[in-house]
Design a protein around this ligand. Sequence first.
Ligand code: ATP
Length: 489
Amino acid sequence: MSTTDSQRMEKIVSLCKRRGFIFQSSEIYGGLNGLWDYGPLGVELKRNLKNYWWRVMVHQRDDVVGMDGSILTHQDVLKASGHVEDFSDLMVDCRNCKSRFRADQIVQKNGVQQCPRCGSKDLTEPRAFNLMLETHIGSIDPRSGPIYRLLPAGLTTSNIAQPEISETSSVEVRYPAGEQVTIVYLRPETAQSIFVQFKNILDVSRKKLPFGIAQIGKAFRNEINPRNFTFRSREFEQMELEYFCRAEEGMKLLEYWKEERLKFYENIGLPSGKLHVLNVPEEERAFYSKGTYDIEYDFPFGRQELEGVAYRTNYDLKQHQDASKKPLEYFDEEKKERIIPHVVEPSAGVDRAVLALICEAYSEDQAPDEKGKMEARVVLRFHPRMAPIKCAVFPLLKNKEPLVAKAKEIVALLRPHMFVFYDESGAIGRRYRRQDEIGTPFGVTVDFETLGEKDPKLRDTVTLRERDSMKQERVRISDLLDLLSMRIA
Ligand code: ATP
């Protein structure tokens, strides 16, 4: 990352905290690495993104239905999907500074591998590290003392002398009292619950191929090196669609969804010039995938993945059918045959898209202060569709009752339709500046002309200021709702 890019990133992280977009999780206790909390504005931005995704991927289509699955996942689901065995990253430890890295982050200098932190060449061999987080369910008496051991498959504390910690094959935990609890995983992706519910949803929705099941929800990965702010987190949200189809449609639909998803990112304000499609080469794809695209964005810290669009064949449904012994088939009326559908999966990260929106929106320019002197302005140029607050409403002066009353009337008019913010404190220029910094696209000011004091023709009109151009237009209050609704749609 160049100095300017890293400075830009620092400013973005600091703005996110200062204005309430994103905070470090458990900050007052020293924080937890790779975990983040969204504040009052961050949660609005995130919701706008998720709602828009849901609107275009589910509501505006005849061929997609939604679901919301549980986070805690049965071991057998993730065994069948291959996650218990294979969902791992290779990690390398530096024996000198004791740092741990993903093997692909180790730097090469003159053909020799070095620690990216201290430069030491004293590194361990790469070892597989399972990324799934697990917990247990069952009735546990918390007073029953020090208890928890992860055991290799088939072993209990009674049949081994020195239980070893296993990273991959733990299946069961026994407590001294003999009580047994079940290990469950915090899902590493939302997709598996869609596959597992495929038959139920097919039966209730009566959809015909091709059709999709969409889900937005949390996923968890014990990332070795969480980094780049929220980009690589241990808890994050995904927006996933599993689009089921016949085998012969798979490759065509892969192209279709790649294009649809690119359009989506442009429609939320990421310019096409900063979006890139990586055609993932065969040796880097999951073995069952016949084609995968990564949609990438130019973050200040480099070009990185926002979303994967993968043609996963019928691997997942087949695996679950074989493991559960329950049919997950589709009866093709035309051909009068049972098939296990294939699937194309566009899988997007909510947090990565939010971060891209903030990085894209962040800008600095000049704006006149109260006396007309130019001063530096920080502005988040969010697409109005994504902006946390759509419109701020200001009475010119807070101690003039008729101005305040009119401004509050406008708030009441707009509030049922969009998120508005009322602010009466400070000079009007300052109030604009505060809204610019959080990306509010429109500001409405109630002044003496609104009251018809100067020109009766201007009664019940307000100034509408646009954030990016700072241009002001005089509009009738009665036109305001339509005008704004059109611009934020
Ligand atoms: P990466 O290669 O960056 O680890 P991935 O290819 O493992 O990502 P997928 O398994 O395809 O990711 O997950 C789909 C999407 O979920 C990703 O494109 C990304 O937007 C999001 N995602 C995955 N891991 C994380 C994470 N640790 N933090 C935030 N978002 C993530």
